[in-house]
Design a protein around this ligand. Structure first.
Ligand code: FUL
Length: 494
């Protein structure tokens, strides 16, 4: 009897419980996949991870008052973009490679960019489009037209509302969310900022209103409402529940970048440090980081910042430091007083895209011959070839208990590369804790780079090397391995 016949015979003769899952899988001609490790992402979180890069639109009363934070007493008559063009905004974002846009529908000053029924303080009271305009509608529609997902930022702190600080304000806030989450199609993210109490106009009271951020907002109730109305939406705040703040407004990710996170005792406005930045290896929830940053010094458009727009190269660095560390990048591109993305910003975005497109145009590892020190059940399904097939849905896996392993890519000819992209197979959790990359030179391996976490995407960037071989060593992992991609690129500059 050969091996498959023995297994078939055993499976007929012995109770399934004795055989175990692995041999049952072998009977069917397949090898069981690795068991998930720790917390794993929800479907909405997985979809969010795949977006990697999206944009923020800070636009509203502050655009016209030339401020960053309005007090809440601004007259709606000030809101009057001269040439509002949602089409231009969405097309610029799509051309930049963004996968979605998050519109600031209400900032701390309380002015609503949609004709809400909850307050008079909205576009309805403005001269723009004779009070018949709806910025949210136009942006949401333009997003769909350009293949972008649409998200909303709705500030919990409202310096205009006389109700702020009372329980009635929470009803109003939830009603605003309900309007936005039921009237504008699918929403991929609901963004709550952490600034949420202080001085304000408050319906004319003009005073300091302190709330206890731990209890006042009753966040679990609001989050339940959001998840019910938009099941594929993720909720962002300092501490999640679905996506957390990466700990800075500079677009900088970190290594390690754990998606696992401990939330016990923390709430929006009081995040834990430095867990916010690195995550918690033993965290009980999957709450990955977003890196928000503005293309300009401020979040809102100010003419004085026209000469301070980040350059294409700076944007490329931001991409490597955030997306390349496994986070998502949320790059703010604030429309100006016309209601368009300023020419300076467009120029930088185009330059960034050109560099990224040229860099990632050709995966130099695609044709490589690849061998692994261990392959799960010696099965083709989990073979190292999965790492170079350009398909995130397939992955190389090792046998149970094998947490250190290596793969060697043989290019068959000298290849010059400076960037390596690694990806873990996220549905099974985040597993790798340490890795190193080496290249073959003058008869020996030399280290190209090393790091800790991989996650959705790790971009390793170093000086260009020319070599016939590349080696990936997984030096530490909390479970047997499940990696979906290894790719090599040569970085381009302008
Ligand atoms: C912060 C706000 O206070 C800023 O104005 C900006 O909206 C930023 C993205 O979030 O909490």
């Amino acid at each position: 009897m050969n091996a498959p016949e023995i297994i078939r015979w055993l499976s007929r003769s012995l109770p399934a419980a004795l055989l175990g899952l692995a041999s049952l899988a072998a009977t069917a001609g397949t090898v069981a996949p690795p068991a998930p490790y720790g917390p794993v992402p929800t479907a909405a979180q997985l979809a969010w991870h795949r977006m990697e890069f999206y944009g923020f639109l800070h636009f509203g009363m502050n655009t016209f008052t030339d401020r960053e934070w309005g007090y809440g007493d601004e007259s709606p008559s000030l809101f009057n973009p001269t040439d509002f063009d949602a089409d231009q905004i969405a097309s610029v974002a799509a051309d930049a490679g963004m996968k979605g846009l998050v519109l600031v529908c209400k900032h701390h000053d309380g002015f609503c960019l949609w004709p809400t029924k909850t307050t008079e303080h909205s576009v309805r009271a403005s001269p723009w489009r004779d009070g018949k305009g709806d910025v949210v509608r136009e942006i949401a529609d333009a997003c769909r037209q350009y293949g972008l997902k649409f998200g909303v930022y709705v500030s919990p702190w409202d310096r205009n509302s006389g109700l702020y600080g009372t329980p009635q304000y929470l009803d109003l806030y939830r009603e605003q969310l309900r309007e936005l989450l039921t009237g504008y199609g699918e929403v991929f993210i609901v963004w709550h900022d952490g600034a949420n109490r202080g001085r304000g106009y408050y319906g004319g009271a003009k005073e300091l209103r302190q709330v206890d951020p731990a209890t006042y907002y009753e966040w679990p109730v609001t989050w339940e409402l959001i998840h019910r109305l938009q099941p594929m939406s993720v909720i962002f705040s300092d501490v999640g529940p679905d996506v957390r703040w990466g700990g800075n407004e500079k677009g900088q990710g970190a290594d390690p970048c754990w998606y696992t996170f401990k939330t016990e005792g923390h709430y929006p406005g009081a995040p834990p440090w430095p867990s916010l930045i690195y995550g918690d290896r033993d965290g009980e929830k999957w709450i990955p980081p977003e890196c928000p940053v503005s293309i300009r010094p401020g979040w809102f458009y100010h003419p004085r910042h026209d000469s301070k727009v980040k350059s294409a190269e700076e944007l490329v660095d931001l991409y490597f430091n955030s997306v390349g560390q496994g986070a998502c990048l949320n790059l703010n591109i604030p429309p100006d007083t016309r209601g368009r993305i300023h020419e300076r910003d467009v120029e930088s975005l185009r330059g960034m895209r050109r560099i990224l497109d040229a860099t990632f145009a050709e995966d130099l590892a695609r044709e490589a011959r690849i061998t692994a020190s261990n392959t799960r059940g010696n099965s083709k399904e989990f073979g190292p070839e999965c790492l170079v097939d350009g398909d995130r849905g397939t992955y190389w896996a090792t046998d149970d208990g094998v947490t250190e392993a290596e793969v060697v890519l043989d290019f068959g000819k000298p290849v010059t590369f400076s960037v390596v992209r690694l990806r873990e197979f996220l549905p099974l959790g985040q597993r790798v804790e340490g890795f190193a990359l080496d290249y073959w030179e003058e008869g020996q391996w030399r280290e190209f780079c090393s790091g800790q976490t991989i996650g959705n995407q790790r971009l390793v960037r170093s000086k260009a090397v020319t070599s016939e071989r590349l080696r990936l060593r997984i030096t530490e992992s909390s479970a047997d391995l499940a990696l979906s991609e290894v790719e090599a690129f040569l970085e381009h500059r302008m």
